[in-house]
Design a protein around this ligand. Sequence first.
Ligand code: ADE
Ligand code: ZN
Length: 342
Amino acid sequence: MKGKDSMELFIKGIPKAELHLHIEGTLEPEMLFKMAKRNSVRIKYRTVEEVKAAYNFRNLQDFLNVYYEGTSVLRNEQDFYDLTWAYLEKACSQNVLHTEIFFDPQAHTRRGIKFDTVITGVRRALRDGEQKLGISTRLIMCILRDLNVESAFQTLEEALSYKDWITAIGLNSAEVGHPPSKFQKVFEKALENGFLTVAHAGEEGPAEYIWEAIRLLKVSRIDHGNRAVEDENLLRELARKGIPLTMCPISNLKLGVIKNMEGHPLKKIMEMGIVVTVNSDDPAYFGGYINENYLAVQKALGLNAHQICTLARNSFQASFLSRSEKHDMLMKLEKYAKEYAT
Ligand code: ADE
Ligand code: ZN
């Protein structure tokens, strides 16, 4: 690998999977305006520039306020289709072979939009993505942890009618004060019904929340997990159990989880033998899709081509794909790495 430009090309072209992506977080300002107009929804911005200027967040809650406000323009099945389709085209252009998408039904049902409208639109785009773009997908339904347990149960109940479309149940939104333990019973029911589980933990919340997500919610992956670095025993447990962390470097910078990219814990965590992946979280709000995230962390932490390959390999290994699907995608990755090295 010679020079900065070839590292950039290597990252852009490497086959990869995205495992931490909120579909509502892919709503670009241009689409926000288009949908506001066609649905006659009033928004407080007049220009794309004004929207972008508002995307200056001090912390997670600051961001969530803007993010939930953005969802107000999503009203019809076609809106959820268009949103998802635009993301899939973008992901494809960045050599994402497989993506696992979060959606937040409660952000819509609490505004009077039907669960069915949301999931049908997203699902139709996912099917088109598989057929027309050749991109592989899975869907993860997130529970909003700052809402009550009853609402979480109701949402899970609705999800049961769409079991075949949903692979896993996740946990997101405002973390501090809403520990995983609050949703233990909901996740027990999800597991009983055959869903896998994941949870955002250790983004703003303490390492203890990561322990709870593992022990009480029986998660297959931790989303973010930055604050695991504060607990040596937890790091050892993550490595021993092979529980992956889906990290989102640009998101962390934009939400003040880290002070600068050079201080991102990804490299240290990787070197402890923990499976780490790179993802974009809410790319329309943070100004970077998956490749920009790889590039940012490569540059700031001085990752070499071998480490970039490890991150891409981890993304397939940590996914919810079947063994044979993983195998096929990993073969594509190894072929790419070999060709690039020669
Ligand atoms: N919802 C969308 N993005 C999120 C994040 N980074 N953390 C928690 N909840 C979210
Ligand atoms: Zn997230």
